[in-house]
Write a protein that binds this ligand. Structure first.
Ligand code: KIV
Length: 272
């Protein structure tokens, strides 16, 4: 008996580059677990980011700093088991790559080996150049992340828009060009003025994926929990909510509780 598996055209870093060349926008969302990743992939998303925002939305931490390398690998391997088509990128967590390129390489290899993901992402510009170079020596694709970089929240002091001042904007452009030259396959730009993000996207050839960076870039990323309204406490201007799952789920749970308390559930058809 022959088994016919449906052929799926997988998204690779090369496909993303081609999409930019062709002027096709890239869609990216976070996912952290098997069930949600399966839905997101089936919907046709191009890139799934196993973001260190898992520290916030999955574990309830105030910042992204506490999540560990092993916890990221746990989330990433759950996502990998679910996905047929999307490119899966995993955030290198805080403390796993900064200031030590050997550790950056070790962390990236551990992620790729133990999760089966396709690429890693890290935050920063010239200060992480050596780490990027070293990761690339192992053949691991690297995505950059500039602008608001949440792992540096205690340096910034706030989650406000970055690179409004000319000096910081100039530094960001320089860093974006450096990341491209160093070999990153794409860059995330978070919470910076739309005009600046558009300029960066025009001046480099690798895809620029924005979050709170306007529509002039090559693609968009949102945190899944924010996009489907699971989290109703986070309301930045850049967020478009496609559902209000917080209220929908709360109502469903309320109805379940009511049915249990009133002995309406289970009924005669819901038992053996
Ligand atoms: O961790 C994350 O979810 C991210 C996105 C906000 C880009 O880095």
């Amino acid at each position: 008996m022959s088994v016919h598996k449906k052929e799926v055209k997988k998204v690779t870093t090369h496909v993303l580059l081609e999409m930019k060349r062709m002027g096709q926008k890239i869609s990216m969302l976070t996912a952290y677990d098997y069930t949600m990743a399966k839905i997101v992939d089936a919907a046709g998303i191009d890139v799934i980011l196993v973001g260190d925002s898992a520290s916030n939305v999955m574990a309830g931490h105030e910042t992204t700093l506490p999540i560990t390398l092993d916890q990221m690998i746990y989330h990433a391997s759950s996502v990998v088991r679910a996905v047929d088509r999307a490119l899966i990128v995993v955030d290198l967590p805080f403390g796993s790559y900064q200031g030590n390129s050997k550790e950056a390489l070790y962390s990236s290899i551990k992620i790729m080996k133990e999760s089966g993901a396709h690429a890693v992402k890290l935050e920063g510009g010239k200060e992480v150049k050596e780490s990027i170079e070293r990761i690339l020596t192992a053949g691991i694709p690297v995505m950059g992340h500039l602008g608001l970089t949440p792992q540096s929240i205690y340096k910034f002091g706030t989650y406000n828009v970055r690179a409004i001042e000319e000096a910081e904007a100039d530094r960001l452009i320089e860093d974006a060009k450096l990341l491209e030259k160093t070999g990153c396959f794409a860059i995330v730009l978070e919470k910076i003025p739309a005009k600046l993000a558009e300029r960066v996207a025009k001046e480099i050839e690798i895809p620029v994926i924005g979050i709170g960076a306007g529509g002039g870039v090559d693609g968009q990323v949102l945190v899944f929990h924010d996009m489907v309204g699971l989290n109703n406490e986070f309301n930045p201007r850049f967020l478009r909510r496609y559902l209000n799952l917080y209220e929908t789920i709360k109502e469903a749970v309320g109805n379940y509780i009511k049915d249990v308390k009133s002995s309406d559930f289970p009924n005669a058809n819901e038992q053996y």
